[in-house]
Design a protein around this ligand. Structure first.
Ligand SMILES: Cc1cc2nc3c(=O)[nH]c(=O)nc-3n(C[C@H](O)[C@H](O)[C@H](O)COP(=O)(O)OP(=O)(O)OC[C@H]3O[C@@H](n4cnc5c(N)ncnc54)[C@H](O)[C@@H]3O)c2cc1C
Length: 473
């Protein structure tokens, strides 16, 4: 039995129990690259985000959904505060609000609802562990480059665009490749061929086979074992850096919603993130470390962000004059805090109704609860409906879907007004689907429609830009 305990919760796997006696391993991935060390001297490339690996890749590397001519830029963390404390008893995630000093971005033109991409990095301890396994600790900061292997026969083989032309092993593993991606069977088979211990090799090969699909489903897809876990489970597995560079996917930036109004003050953006206690994600872990460093105040802490292209999930001057129905679950309230702050600052122009339906685990987990009540009091919000899924009061609605159905009559009436826009923001596709279902039920009930007609009505609303959604996957 081997225990895996890196940054995630400990995973214990008895590898024999997941090794078949008869199987045909998947065809291993080819190895078309090699890593060439250009000299043995240490470089000045440091393991912290300055410079940030993927920024060294030149203009050929695009950042997903980046606005035209907007490369990622370093911004400083100006402030950080905990909005919600983690609570295991109610499965409440810790939520933190960070204020970024964005002076370096120049005049950033944005509306509430817009998002920025944050460049992610893998934790230094994890990178150090992998370097050690790859037997590269001594060369971690030496200059190297990836090139096609001399014997490479595959015509389409190429060096991935997210690897800088001149780099170091540490830079590649910190900023360029995803160490937590779902491992494909062929990759597992390639890992098996880099494993000397017979038991471990059989485990990986068996997991890669068609016959081992049930185990692959359990360990890789359901329990989420990633490269790090497998390296820990299989101590004799020693892949090459070239194999990892070629087959691990790019470490992608993650989108975050801007949670303030552009009118609140120049050069500042607020971002709100939640972090899982049991299995913290890569970017949220990075942000947590940065927040700690900021609070220790030893040196300014910077991260790289870029403005993403705008879409219709926005609250612009046009929407100010209309009505909004805002539906949020959990941290999904973040963009709406920006909408509401903006409405407050544009009071004269904001003539419409704003109804907010928000759900959280508990009242303590509701983002900016006091602020919401104050906005209700000052009529920024005309209708505020809150619910708590872990509430012990059985007669109270627990989910926003119930709140919507309770208000069906008036909700549909408001929704039908030409200037009303409905926005849904939830951290999960399942919740958004379920909200869609509740809205369909409201339409059916109030307008006497059948299921197909109500479904079509919602589709039409989406097509008309009356029903806008941000789904955080
Ligand atoms: C348009 C858009 C706007 C977004 N805005 C925000 C925002 O304002 N605030 C915000 O916190 N997130 C937001 N997200 C989600 C965010 O981009 C990340 O997906 C999230 O922070 C987890 O990133 P990670 O790198 O830490 O997790 P990963 O390492 O990518 O984690 C792997 C998986 O674990 C799960 N996971 C990890 N952390 C969490 C978490 N805290 N909650 C739920 N599941 C989790 C997810 O399924 C994730 O795919 C937004 C997403 C989109 C698409």
């Amino acid at each position: 039995m081997v225990g895996v305990d890196h940054l995630d919760s400990p995973v214990t796997v008895q590898i024999d129990a997941y090794t078949l006696t008869e199987y045909v391993p998947a065809k291993p991935l080819e190895s078309n690259l090699e890593i060439v060390f250009s000299n043995t001297e240490q470089t000045s490339i440091t393991p912290q985000p300055d410079p940030c690996g993927q920024l060294n890749c030149g203009s050929a590397l695009k950042f997903p959904f980046a606005r035209a001519d907007s490369a990622p830029v370093a911004v400083l963390i100006a402030d950080a505060k905990e909005l919600v404390a983690a609570d295991v008893s109610t499965a409440t995630k810790r939520v933190v609000e960070i204020t970024l000093d964005t002076g370096s971005l120049g005049a950033l033109d944005y509306d509430p609802g817009d998002t920025v991409g944050i460049l992610s990095s893998n934790p230094p301890q994890t990178v150090a562990l992998i370097l050690q396994r790859l037997n590269l600790s001594q060369q971690a900061d030496s200059n190297c480059y990836a090139s096609l292997a001399l014997n490479c026969a595959k015509k389409s083989a190429k060096v991935p665009a997210h690897i800088p032309a001149l780099t170091t092993p540490r830079e590649i593993l910190t900023y360029c490749v995803s160490l937590r991606s779902v491992l494909q069977k062929q990759f597992l088979s390639a890992l098996a061929s880099c494993t000397s211990d017979l038991k471990e090799r059989s485990f990986l090969a068996s997991l890669s086979s068609k016959q081992g699909s049930a185990h692959y489903q359990t360990l890789i897809l359901e329990r989420g074992l990633c490269l790090l876990d497998l390296l820990e489970l299989c101590s004799s597995c020693q892949p090459t850096l070239a194999l990892l560079v070629e087959h691990l996917p790019r470490l992608l930036p993650r989108p975050y919603s801007i949670a303030n109004s552009p009118l609140e003050g120049s050069d500042q953006l607020r971002i709100i993130y939640s972090i899982r206690a049991d299995k913290p994600g890569v970017t949220t872990s990075m942000l947590e470390t940065m927040v700690e460093q900021h609070q220790e105040q030893k040196k300014p802490v910077q991260l790289y962000i870029y403005p993403r292209v705008q879409n219709t999930f926005r609250y612009t001057d046009e929407e100010l004059e209309g009505n909004q129905i805002l539906i949020a679950v959990g941290t999904g309230l973040a963009p709406f805090l920006g909408f509401l702050a903006h409405k407050q600052l544009c009071r004269q122009l904001a003539t419409g109704q704003t109804w907010l339906y928000a759900g959280a685990k508990t009242p303590q987990a509701m983002l900016k609860h006091e602020q919401l009540l104050s906005w209700q009091k000052s009529s920024i919000i005309q209708r505020l409906r809150l619910c708590y899924s872990r509430s012990s009061m059985n007669d109270q609605p627990k989910y926003v879907q119930q709140l919507l159905e309770q208000d069906a009559e008036q909700l549909v009436e408001l929704l039908q007004q030409p200037t009303t826009v409905l926005y849904v923001c939830a951290d999960g596709a399942q919740i958004s689907k379920s909200i869609n279902e509740s809205l369909r039920c409201c339409l059916q009930q109030v307008l006497n429609l059948n299921e197909a007609e109500a479904t079509q009505q919602l589709k039409d609303f989406r097509a008309q830009g009356k029903y806008r959604e941000d789904i955080w996957l």
